[in-house]
Ligand binder design. Structure first.
Ligand SMILES: O=C[C@H](O)[C@H](O)[C@H](O)COP(=O)(O)O
Length: 148
């Protein structure tokens, strides 16, 4: 799996852990920043970069991190072709893939212990889309609206 990751300062340490963790599992990981810790940096540019990379790389997945994950998810969803879900438990992460075919996850680093955050994001990466017709129909409705 090719995984694109972006974060602001709030997720800097977890992002570095995830890059190492997923590479050790054999995943290809592209780090879209931030590359240095700056407590005054702004999340949108990192999220746009990760989101544009996901759209340009069909089959890949993306993860955006921040204090709450909210601004990161909002930013990622501005990029046409992105379906970013805010994931806050293993179950919501799995459902984001199973039902929504989400190609990006937003996670609030300040809302979880590190190990829990890693487990949530591992669940997101591992879960396939169910392919069920009822879910695909709804995803198509979102795609059609986005393209109008
Ligand atoms: O939705 C935005 C994210 O949670 C940001 O990571 C957060 O707003 C950053 O907060 P601060 O600038 O207070 O560290």
């Amino acid at each position: 799996m090719h995984i694109h990751v972006g974060t602001d300062h709030a997720g800097f340490e977890l992002k570095n852990r995830l890059v190492e963790h997923w590479r050790s599992q054999g995943h290809e990981v592209t780090d879209h920043g931030c590359y240095v810790y700056d407590r005054l940096d702004d999340y949108p540019s990192f999220c746009f970069a990760a989101a544009e990379a996901v759209v340009a790389d069909p089959g890949s997945l993306g993860v955006v991190l921040g204090g709450s994950g909210n601004g990161e998810q909002i930013s990622a969803n501005k990029v046409v072709g992105v379906r970013a879900a805010l994931v806050w438990s293993v179950e919501t992460a799995r459902l984001a893939r199973q039902h929504n075919d989400a190609n990006m996850a937003g996670l609030g680093v300040r809302q979880h212990a590190e190990q829990e955050a890693i487990e949530i994001l591992d669940a997101f990466i591992a879960e396939p889309f169910s392919g069920d017709a009822r879910h695909q129909k709804r995803i198509n409705q979102i795609r059609d609206y986005e393209q109008r």
